[in-house]
Design a protein around this ligand. Structure first.
Ligand code: ZN
Ligand code: ZN
Length: 597
């Protein structure tokens, strides 16, 4: 019988012996890990359950090692690929006959049996009854425990599920739990990665190519209805699959033949492929609004053909939610059925994942889609990839081509001048100047798309960035008598405009500039080149953000002392002019950047 000796790789884990009941009849215990049950797993295929389940409290995966999946995937045996030569030996004949004879009977019946609208209606109704047996019963109640059902409802669902002829609750749920635990891997009994038709019917028609992953169903072994249905599955299946639908049509309106072919065979074919679509179509068609790590997808068409199981992306994310479709208008008759049963007191403890957690998944996927969209858009050149140009060089270059500074970036507007909606003259006037104020509302408050368009014309970064704007906006106060020689001689302040600007600086600003200047002098010119980008920190702020900063009171950094002429109290902070604010931000960033160099 089964070899229960622990495999080598789990020898270090503490082994809990199964209770007596399990040991007495190991063949019908819940599936053990494939290693534990030796060669049996390869034959774990849909078959008619021969004998009762023994209740157990021992989860089948209690001794599962941490490396179970990787170890099993790497070491377990695989059947050889199916070829024309070995195909007959690889067919699982029970499933094959059920899945081929039934549709053949249905087709034969369609061409040889008179149409009866009562039988047609009954077939549709019975399709939904047996479909719900699978979706509301096998799937959401037993495989996922997404709600509690009263005993009468459990029996009704076990009957209805038997009428769908898809194996017992125990067998079905065990495979489905493995499907959820090992989705898309070789341990998934109907992995979508093995192909659409393999996931649809192939996995039942052919013998499994490898053992499926362990999944605990010890809770189901303790369920009276599950045990009862498993024990009597064969007669239940024949009765509910063919005899009952035929009898209703026969006793009801005398259409025995129609009952057999339409409500029996044809309806069964539809129920089969409806359920199979959950494994194939629901892992192939539609979108992944909650997570795209695995193959499950959401689609209305899948929902339509699977009695509401089509929101499969949601279902794989939140399998214990009694719903598949979370919006009221989405087609999910199974959810409506369970809610109705709850209204009548036949179902309770309907589980719902918190909306907040559901929204997190949706939000993450939206962000991912946005990132993908962003990748398809050409963005303006980043300041890190643009040359840093001095004001003098910019002025000189602007004589040769149409260069305009806006927001610390130098733009070549040659190709756009004539296209400018406001007229070419306004652009021509701005050439060789810092037009930030005019662009940002001084003359016209340009739209975001205009800003985006302008950004595409970037050709350089202005050395000193917004500082030039600040210098321009200050009223002339006094000559450059107070400028220190070191500042005047430094490369950053060599232009006459900058000299005037330095002269207008407050005491505290001058101190900062002196500090900056001594830093510059302390390193070699090569080092200056290397560290030249420190000024660009101001330019990492998009122009629109700069205005926001400029309009608000600058936050002072710890240790950042303001001079008397700027003031240090909260009241004087609010009194800062726009240019004061800008220079404060700029200086603070410089100091911060220097400290980190
Ligand atoms: Zn699935
Ligand atoms: Zn499921």
């Amino acid at each position: 019988m089964a070899d229960t000796s622990p495999p080598e790789f789990i020898a270090t884990t503490k082994r809990i012996d199964p209770p007596l009941a399990d040991r007495a009849n190991p063949a019908f215990s819940p599936p053990m890990t494939p290693e534990q049950i030796g060669g049996k797993g390869l034959d774990d295929v849909p078959s008619l359950p021969p004998s009762p389940i023994v209740p157990t409290n021992t989860p089948s995966d209690i001794n599962i090692p941490d490396n179970y999946v990787t170890h099993t995937l790497a070491n377990q045996k695989h059947r050889p690929p199916i070829t024309f030569r070995n195909v007959l030996q690889n067919i699982n004949w029970v499933s094959f006959l059920v899945l081929t004879v039934t549709p053949t009977l249905a087709v034969f019946g369609c061409f040889t049996t008179a149409f009866n609208w009562k039988t047609a209606l009954w077939s549709v109704i019975y399709y939904y009854i047996t479909g719900l047996g699978i979706t509301a019963g096998y799937h959401r109640l037993w495989a996922h425990r997404s709600y509690n059902a009263s005993v009468p409802l459990e029996y009704a669902l076990s009957f209805a599920g038997a009428g769908a002829v898809q194996g017992s609750i125990k067998w079905w749920s065990r495979g489905h739990r493995a499907h959820h635990r090992y989705t898309d891997t070789k341990l998934d009994p109907y992995s979508a990665h093995e192909g659409f038709w393999w996931a649809h019917v192939g996995w039942m028609i052919f013998k499994p190519r490898t053992k499926i992953g362990v999944a605990d169903i010890s809770d189901l072994t303790r369920n009276k209805v599950v045990r009862w249905q498993h024990k009597h599955y064969l007669p239940l299946m024949i009765f509910m699959g063919l005899i009952f639908p035929m009898a209703v049509a026969g006793f009801g309106w005398g259409d025995w033949r129609g009952g057999y072919f339409f409500a029996g065979a044809a309806r069964l074919t539809f129920v089969h492929h409806s359920t199979f679509c959950v494994n194939s179509l629901a892992h192939w068609l539609g979108e992944a609004p909650f997570d795209n790590k695995h193959t499950p997808r959401d689609h209305f068409i899948t929902a339509l053909v699977t009695v509401g199981e089509g929101y499969h992306n949601f279902h794989h994310q939140f399998p214990m939610d009694f719903r598949n479709a979370i919006k009221w208008f989405q087609y999910d008759p199974t959810k409506w059925f369970i809610s109705t049963m709850a209204l009548f007191g036949l179902a309770s403890h309907l589980k719902k994942f918190p909306d907040n957690e559901i929204k997190k998944g949706q939000y993450t996927m939206k962000l991912q889609r946005l990132a993908e969209e962003s990748g398809e858009i050409t963005w303006p050149t980043d300041s890190n990839h643009l040359p840093v140009i001095s004001w003098d060089d910019f002025k000189a270059e602007a004589k040769e081509r149409s260069l305009v500074v806006v927001g610390g970036f130098i733009h070549d507007v040659s190709s756009f001048t004539e296209e400018h909606p406001g007229g070419a003259h306004l652009i021509k006037r701005a050439i060789g100047t810092d037009a930030t104020t005019a662009f940002m509302g001084g003359v016209y408050d340009h739209s975001r798309s205009a800003q985006n368009l302008l950004a595409m014309m970037r050709v350089g970064v202005l050395y000193g960035g917004m500082e030039v704007e600040h210098l321009k906006s200050r009223p002339f106060e006094s000559p450059a008598s107070t400028a220190s020689p070191s500042i005047a001689s430094s490369s950053a302040f060599s232009s006459s405009e900058n000299l005037v600007g330095v002269a207008r600086m407050s005491k505290q600003e001058r101190e900062l500039e002196l500090e900056l200047d001594s830093y510059r002098n302390s390193i070699s010119s090569a080092e200056i080149e290397k560290h030249k980008t420190y000024d660009k920190t101001t330019l990492h702020i998009p122009p629109s953000e700069m205005l926001v900063i400029a309009r608000s009171t600058p936050r002072r950094r710890p240790g950042f002392q303001f001079g008397d002429d700027i003031g240090s109290g909260p009241g004087s902070e609010q009194g800062l002019s726009r240019s004061d604010s800008l220079v404060s931000v700029t200086q603070a960033q410089r100091i911060g950047e220097l400290g980190s160099l």
